[in-house]
Every structure is written in C-alpha cells, then in structure tokens.
Design a protein around this ligand. Structure first.
Ligand SMILES: CC(=O)SCCNC(=O)CCNC(=O)[C@H](O)C(C)(C)COP(=O)(O)OP(=O)(O)OC[C@H]1O[C@@H](n2cnc3c(N)ncnc32)[C@H](O)[C@@H]1OP(=O)(O)O
Ligand SMILES: CC(C)C(=O)C(=O)O
Ligand SMILES: [Mg+2]
Length: 502
C-alpha cells in the first residue's frame, strides 16, 4: 500500500496574492466548490486578519464546503490567530496555519530578531493556536535558505508544542531539487519527534524548479504538498497542482497516491484561469492549449500510429477530450490524410501526393491550415463523392410546422415528412429519418452575407458520427434550404458504409 499524499490547495490564498487575481467571496466559493469536487484534501481559504473581505470569504467557504479541511493563514501573532479561529468557526474541519521566517535574511532583516526569539515566538504561536483547534500547521518561512541546525531545532520545538503539520517553504524559489529533497531528508533523519507531524512542501517557481522540488520533497518523505491550480502565485508562482499530481500518477516508483479526480483537472484549470483573469500559457504542462497538440509531421505520424509514441499521458486522464493534430508546413502526409479522412475524403497514392504538394505551398504561406483551407484544397474530391442528393424540400408553417424532403440516396429516391419547432428543425428531422447515420448535430451556425432582407444565408454545421466530426457548408437565399444543403453536405462526408437507409 502506498502512502496518502495530502493535497493542500492554496489557490485562494497564495495564488490570490497575484496582482489582478483577487476574487470576491462569491467567486471564491465557486473555486472552493470546484476544488472540493476535484478531491482536494485541504483548502487554504485566506488570511483572515488581512481584510474584512478575506475574513468573510473564509467564513463563507467554511459554510459552503464540507469535505476538505479549511485552513486559515496567520502570522505568529496572537491577534492574527484569534481572527483566523473566528473565521473558521463554521468549518467542519478547521486548521490554523501559523508560522514565522527562519532564514538568516528573515530573522535579521525582516523580523529584526534573533534565532532564540524566533523559536520562542513560533512555539508560542502554535500553543496559542492549539487553544482554538486541534489541527495546527506551522510554516518555517524561507526554510529553503535557512541554517540546517536551526531549522531542525525550531521544527522539533513546534512539534513538541503541538504542530500536526510542519511546512517547509522554499519561499523564494531558491533551491535545487536535490537540495530541497536534502532538507526534507535531514528533518526526517535528525528531528527526533518528526514522525508526530506530517511534513509539507511549499515551493515557489522563481527558478522554474517548483514542481521538481516538490516531487523531490515527496521522494524524501514529505506527505503533504502545497500547490495552486495552474501554478499561479506571487512572482513566478507556486507549485502547480496538476503537474505534481500527474508526475506522481505517471511515476509509480514514488510510493504515494492522491485523491485527486484527475479527469476534472482541465475544467478546474479553465475555471480558475477565467475567474482570476489569468491566461494559461499555451505550453504549460498538463493544462496548456498545446499540451496535447502535435504539429510536426514525424510526431503526428507517430501519434497516429500509436498515441504513446509521443504522449506520456492520455489526455482523457486530465479531462482533455483528445489530442490534436495541427496542420502546419511541418506536417507530413499522415497528418494530412488524418484530416482528410475526417472530412470524408479518402485519398491514397498519387492523389494524396498531389494534394499534399498543394497543401505545402499553402502551408508555407500560412501559419496553420484550417478546415476551410482543406475544403478548398480538396473541393473537387468532395463533389465527386456525393452519395446523397437533396432533390426536393417543401415546408409549411401554418399551424403545425412540418417539412417534406425527397432525397436520392445512391441511385434510389426516398421521401419523408416530419414536424418540428421551426421549419429548419422539421427539415433536418426529415433528412435524418431517411438517412439514419445517428449523428449528433454539435454546431450549427447561420450567417448573413450582406445583411439585407434579401440576403444569402451561409450555414456551417458540425455533426458527430462514431466520435468523429464531419462538417457541412451551404449558402442559399432561403435559410431552410441552406440548412438542408449544409446538413446533406456534412452527411456526404461520412463514409458511405456508415449509412442505413430507411
Ligand atoms: C510568504 C507569504 O506568502 S506570507 C503571506 C503574505 N500575504 C500577505 O501578506 C497578505 C496579507 N497581509 C496583510 O494583509 C498585512 O500585511 C497584515 C495585515 C498581515 C499586516 O499588516 P501591517 O500590520 O500593516 O504590517 P506590514 O504588512 O506593513 O508589515 C508586516 C509586519 O509583520 C511582521 N511579520 C511578517 N511575517 C511575520 C510572521 N510570520 N510572524 C510575525 N510577524 C511577522 C513583519 O516583520 C512586519 O512587522 P513590523 O511592522 O513590526 O516590522
Ligand atoms: C506563508 C507561507 C506558507 C508561504 O506562503 C511561503 O513561505 O511561501
Ligand atoms: Mg508561498
């Protein structure tokens, strides 16, 4: 059995310290509920002494969320701790997180104190917090730059005072992975009562090492990780939750497991990005737009042959529908064929070679090639492959709205009548009863070309058949006819063998 790794999310506290990312109470509740749903064990909900708004957020999150422990931050200051305890009064499981700077920089220049005094204040803060809650976490701020003997001493003393979790922050993101792992190992080996508390990692990303340091900490004995969604946080950010969780999931040699429901990662990432108005960089691991996008021919060919040639994570595992094959001038024939197949154009040999040559000319002049470009390239093949023809459409909107459609399917003609909420709906239903490919209409877009009342309507639609998308386009002065033609256009791209005619 592997150990449980406690996931402590500080998106709403350390993450929210980023300029421009501040959330109001309602928004914080939305994020807190999403974190609960994701399976987070501890939510650091705020720093209650900091402002009435933050106090209120901790109160309301405590009411709104039931499974995770709700944690409130404080300095090693009695007033902070008292206010944190008040804010947690509705929490089913509340934790006070208190602590003090432990590096020579912090002791001398920030707190203007002495090591002995810092130990005294740390111990006093833990004891004071224990009067309100059983669960008290102590943070040794800037532990990453602290003196090892002093760090061991203060950790031993705060555990004696009742700390249930000892947090070892690399506050300034200074450490290298071996160094940070070494600090955790040192505490494990030298602090006599260390097994009475859980060791937590809390890393910052100033050198881009936050995830590596956190994982190293876990490998050396830490059993709580303090993380944020998308790695948001002050300066270069905090450790990103999704990176640590997936690194642990991918590497079974790390003897821990988490309770994160990983298919919910992507939607939580989007939610946080949207509410905090903080875009995710496209190449961000796990949740970036390009994290599962393949854009060069050799990679695309490899992925199409066997996904794992270039992917260590199945995108579905983190809630991304599927990997994408992006067409660029660096793509090869395998990628082009993949896209053409999706459009229902199955080209091989010489035909494929010719289209590929034209494609490369176009791709050299454009950054990436979209669906519309492809349709232009292979339009002639699409026309030839029309299996279904729309022969006649009539519709009436008097009383019940109904439509009659006549289709030529292969070499035979069929007719059907259907009613609907509007003529477009009725026509599409009638077509569906004749051609039964059981498709899902996923996207349906009508655009006016010139904006006059005698305008031409352009219809674009996307239908899904056997998990594959197919696209239809048409234009006509009559919106109903444009819709019918676009639907037939999409249906014509589905391989003929998939049809069952009525
Ligand atoms: C590494 C981190 O992320 S720590 C958390 C950072 N987050 C925040 O700071 C957000 C919330 N902070 C605040 O709202 C305010 O800073 C407050 C309410 C905590 C304090 O405000 P003020 O009383 O005006 O103090 P100010 O912010 O100017 O200075 C911080 C004071 O706390 C002291 N202090 C800093 N950390 C600690 C600590 N862990 N324990 C005790 N005292 C501390 C500083 O030495 C300084 O004291 P001084 O004024 O005697 O020199
Ligand atoms: C307050 C502590 C836990 C912190 O955020 C840090 O040291 O980075
Ligand atoms: Mg921090």
């Amino acid at each position: 059995m592997s150990d449980k790794l406690w996931i402590f999310d500080t998106t709403l506290r350390d993450g929210e310290q980023v300029p421009g990312c501040q959330l109001n109470t309602q928004e914080k509740i939305i994020v807190a509920k999403a974190l609960e749903d994701l399976g987070v064990d501890i939510i650091e909900a705020g720093f209650p002494i900091s402002s009435p708004g933050d106090f209120n957020s901790v109160v309301e999150i405590s009411k709104a969320v039931s499974n995770p422990i709700i944690c409130a931050l404080s300095r090693a200051v009695e007033k902070d701790i008292e206010v944190a305890a008040q804010a947690l009064k509705f929490a089913k499981k509340g934790r006070i997180h208190t602590g003090i700077g432990v590096s020579p920089y912090h002791i001398q220049f920030k707190l203007r104190s002495t090591p002995e005094e810092i130990i005294r204040r740390g111990v006093a803060a833990v004891k004071f917090a224990k009067q309100f809650v059983e669960d008290v976490e102590f943070y040794a701020e800037d532990a990453g730059r602290s003196e090892p003997d002093f760090l061991c001493k203060i950790i031993e003393e705060v555990i004696k005072a009742g700390a249930t979790v000892v947090n070892i922050p690399d506050t300034t993101g200074y450490c290298l992975p071996e160094q940070y792992g070494g600090i955790i190992a040192d505490l494990k080996n030298r602090v006599p009562n260390i097994d009475k508390a859980i060791i937590a990692t809390h890393c910052h990303n100033d050198l881009g090492m936050a995830t590596a340091n956190t994982v190293s900490g876990v490998q050396h004995g830490a059993r709580q990780v303090e993380v944020t969604i998308n790695g948001i946080g002050e300066r270069a950010g905090n450790t990103s939750m999704e990176e640590v969780v997936m690194a642990i999931k991918c590497h079974k040699s790390i003897p821990v497991h988490t309770s994160i429901d990983t298919p919910k990662i992507y939607k939580t990432s989007r939610l946080v990005s949207k509410l905090m108005n903080m875009p995710v960089q496209p190449n961000k691991a796990i949740v970036g737009r390009n994290a599962f996008a393949h854009s060069s021919g050799i990679h695309q060919d490899g992925v199409l042959k066997h996904r794992e040639n270039y992917e260590i994570i199945d995108p579905k595992e983190v809630g991304v529908e599927e990997s994408s094959i992006v067409l660029t001038a660096r793509s090869g024939r395998a990628a082009l064929k993949h896209h053409l197949d999706a459009l229902g154009v199955e080209l091989e040999g010489e035909e494929l070679r010719k289209v590929y040559e034209e494609f490369l000319l176009l791709a050299d002049s454009k950054r990436d090639i979209g669906r519309k470009d492809l349709l232009e390239l292979v339009g002639k093949y699409l026309d030839e492959s029309n299996f279904i023809e729309l022969e006649k459409v009539t519709y009436s909107s008097n009383g019940e709205i109904s439509a009659t459609v006549q289709l030529k399917i292969g070499n035979e003609s069929f007719e059907a009548t259907q009613s609907g909420v509007g003529p477009v709906d009725a026509v599409l239903k009638a077509i569906e009863t004749l051609v039964q490919p059981q498709v899902d209409l996923e996207e349906f877009l009508i655009q006016a070309m010139t904006h006059g009342s005698n305008d031409v309507a352009k219809v674009h639609m996307r239908v899904i058949k056997s998990d594959k998308p197919y696209y239809g386009f048409a234009s006509h002065e009559d919106i109903v006819l444009a819709s019918a033609f676009a639907f037939v256009d999409a249906l014509n791209k589905i391989p003929v063998k998939e049809y069952a005619t009525a």
